[in-house]
Ligand binder design. Structure first.
Ligand code: SF4
Ligand code: SF4
Length: 189
């Protein structure tokens, strides 16, 4: 089973945020990243989880070696005794995923419901999402039921990032290209 994110299916119900808060390891704190895409122009929303990068920048920049990636490709949330709350990972993640929990001085992020997925269950968010914008399924099921195609290659300027989690894209798009500099210029215009 793989994790698939399709922002075009998100209806903004925030069920995923609430379900994520129920997780035993971080009860009361949601690890879903939820955004309004362009609030001035549209009501479109998007919910994301950690993309679990093949070479996670968050772990590379951590001075305390608090972020571990397992052989299964899951990038774990920060280890509590190690994290010093410096926020390096928060600034370094190209997807803007890690959150610093100020009271605990601890970085927290999605670990793909490790307690559930490691025993074959779906992550909480994918269990409740009514439009399946967040889906945990086999690639065969996705190929059979979706028009969009999954990609796990993201281009940030000249940097290519490969991930464990897939993003659904329109037919013919085999990588997602995000040029942060473009947005900066747009904002100035
Ligand atoms: S998406 Fe961000 S937080 Fe998740 S593994 Fe990649 S760099 Fe780390
Ligand atoms: S906030 Fe914690 S996990 Fe993140 S880089 Fe700093 S020490 Fe590492």
């Amino acid at each position: 089973m793989q994790f698939f994110v399709d922002p075009s299916r998100c209806i903004g119900c925030q069920s995923c945020l609430n379900a994520c808060e129920e997780c035993e390891t971080h009860r009361g704190v949601s690890m879903i990243n939820f955004d309004f895409v362009d609030r001035r122009e549209s009501i479109a929303t998007a919910a994301y989880v950690c993309f679990h990068c093949e070479d996670p920048t968050c772990a590379e920049v951590c001075p305390a070696d608090a972020i571990k990636k397992g052989d299964d490709g899951i990038v774990q949330s920060a280890l509590e005794p190690r994290c010093i709350g410096c926020a390096n990972c928060v600034l370094a993640c190209p997807f803007g995923i890690p959150k610093l929990h100020p009271k605990r001085e601890l970085m927290m992020k999605c670990d793909m419901c490790y307690d559930r997925t490691s025993v074959g269950k779906k992550p909480m968010c994918a269990t409740v999402c009514p439009s399946q914008a967040l889906t945990f399924a086999t690639p065969e099921t996705i190929a059979r039921e979706r028009r969009e195609v999954p990609t796990n290659t993201f281009q940030f300027g000249r940097e290519t990032v490969k991930t464990k989690v897939f993003m659904m894209t329109p037919v013919g798009v085999d990588e997602v290209s995000i040029d942060v500099a473009d947005y900066m210029w747009e904002a100035r215009a």
